[in-house]
Write a protein that binds this ligand. Structure first.
Ligand code: PGA
Ligand code: ZN
Length: 430
């Protein structure tokens, strides 16, 4: 490692646009050695109620209230003065300082969107100053693992303006491939096969927020049929080579204690939802169900875990919001067996690492994730490799802000050369 001066000499934030045309925070960090690094915060649409706060201006005359100039000012006229002079290599010290200065349990003073952009940019500056790749800097000597790309090829719920299925995400998991590059190719080929199948069936092939197709199907099962057919048409074996993952994001259709499936005109109890998932898991090669039940339906979640926890990876997203306190409760109560990891749900790199470690220490799965509102920032690609989580979801193989993460993983696999190991089927908890 090079001996360079990693003292932070400047931190500058600005407002930029995300993939939905909504403002978000971008930060440039400069070190004494002369390196600069840039990072941006993503933004969710089906946001969990327990997530750290995303600070928005709420001034109706700009971007419909969604401007982030307040968050930008918190960095440029406040936070930066406290962080200048600190060492970019001391990520945890910097993150702890921001948490302390914010002083609220959910980062509502500075905004998690402000804090995270700084935290990400600091991590990237540290890597750049050492002249090593970000994955290597974050990994601190651990062997890297290339993840299975969980590609969201069919979008529903809020990501498709409730025009398609109620379930928000239908993903494919090409875990039977030998390398990440091969898995990505299998996934992209399946995506194109699905497009052809949808066209033939007379469906629209326009895409949702995460790049997956958003057809107006008439049930939540129909996409599974279409995807299984697409996998076969692309020349792969459903289940053996490519599995299917669901993120119903069910908090989005949970009303007064019931699950309202608008597409099918039925309202189900938690017990009936669990039965529904069991039927689907019997009929299709479903390896992951994320947010099968709502963010505060701990009782329903326990039923789901008892019913399917031994054969399906059950991922808590809105349920855990990358928060160690909520994950600890899940572990203690036997609820779920995996955690979705979204850095902006908690707000710093260090706390995100803590969430991954906690899951891993208990034999739980950790799946790193983008948000539906993204930028071309590829931090999560390097992070996933460094933390050895074995899988990440970052949308369809379509739309620049999604594809850029997958392309970054291609570059990392190339850098790793013979040392590259692909996680494969073993990445999934059962
Ligand atoms: P969001 O959705 O980024 O819109 O919150 C992603 C997810 O629910 O996993
Ligand atoms: Zn989710």
């Amino acid at each position: 490692m090079k001996q360079v001066d990693t003292t932070i000499t400047s931190i500058h934030a600005r407002e930029i646009l995300d993939s939905r045309g909504t403002p978000t925070v971008e930060v440039d960090v400069r070190c004494a050695c002369g390196v600069t690094a840039r990072a941006a915060s993503p933004s969710g649409a089906s946001t969990g109620v327990h997530e750290a706060v995303e600070l928005r201006d709420n001034a109706a005359d700009r971007y419909g209230g969604k401007g982030v100039l307040k968050a930008v000012r918190q960095i440029n006229n406040g936070l930066n003065a406290h962080l200048l002079g600190m060492d970019a290599l001391q990520q945890r010290e910097i993150d702890d300082a921001m948490i302390r200065l914010d002083g609220t349990p959910n980062k509502q003073r500075f905004g998690a969107n402000a804090i995270l952009a700084v935290s990400l940019a600091v991590a990237r500056a540290a890597a750049a100053a050492q002249d090593i790749p970000l994955w290597q800097s974050l990994g601190r000597g651990r062997d890297a693992i290339m993840p299975v790309p969980m590609m969201n090829i069919l979008n529903g719920g809020v990501h498709a303006n409730w025009q398609g299925p109620d379930f928000q995400e239908y993903m494919i998991a090409p875990y039977g491939a030998a390398t990440f590059a091969e898995a990505l190719r299998w996934g992209a080929e399946t995506y194109q096969a699905l497009k052809a199948i949808l066209k033939q069936a007379g469906y629209s092939t326009s895409v949702g927020d995460e790049g997956g197709f958003a057809p107006a199907v008439s049930s939540n099962e129909e996409p599974l049929r279409l995807i299984a057919e697409a996998i076969e048409r692309a020349g792969y074996a459903p289940g053996k080579e490519i599995g299917i993952a669901l993120d119903p994001a069910s908090s989005g259709f949970y009303e007064d204690g019931s699950y309202v499936l608008r597409t099918e005109k039925v309202t189900l109890s938690a017990e009936e939802m669990v039965e529904r998932y069991r039927t689907l898991a019997d009929a299709y090669p479903i390896v992951v169900i994320e947010d099968g039940l709502a963010e505060d339906d701990w009782t329903g979640w326990r039923l789901l875990t008892e019913a399917l926890g031994d054969r399906v990876e059950l991922v808590g997203d809105d349920l855990f919001v990358t928060n160690v306190r909520r994950i600890e409760r899940g572990i203690a109560e036997g609820v779920a067996n995996a955690v979705l990891i979204k850095p902006n749900q908690i707000g710093t790199v260090s706390e995100t690492i803590d969430a991954v470690r906690l899951a891993q220490q208990h034999g739980w799965g950790a799946m790193v994730s983008h948000r539906s509102g993204e930028t071309v920032d590829t931090f999560i690609a390097d992070f996933t490799v460094a933390m050895r989580t074995g899988h990440l979801k970052t949308g369809a193989p379509c739309r620049g802000e999604r594809v850029e993460k997958y392309n970054q993983l291609l570059r990392i696999e190339e850098e790793l050369g013979d040392a590259a190991r692909f996680a494969g089927r073993g990445a999934f908890v059962r």
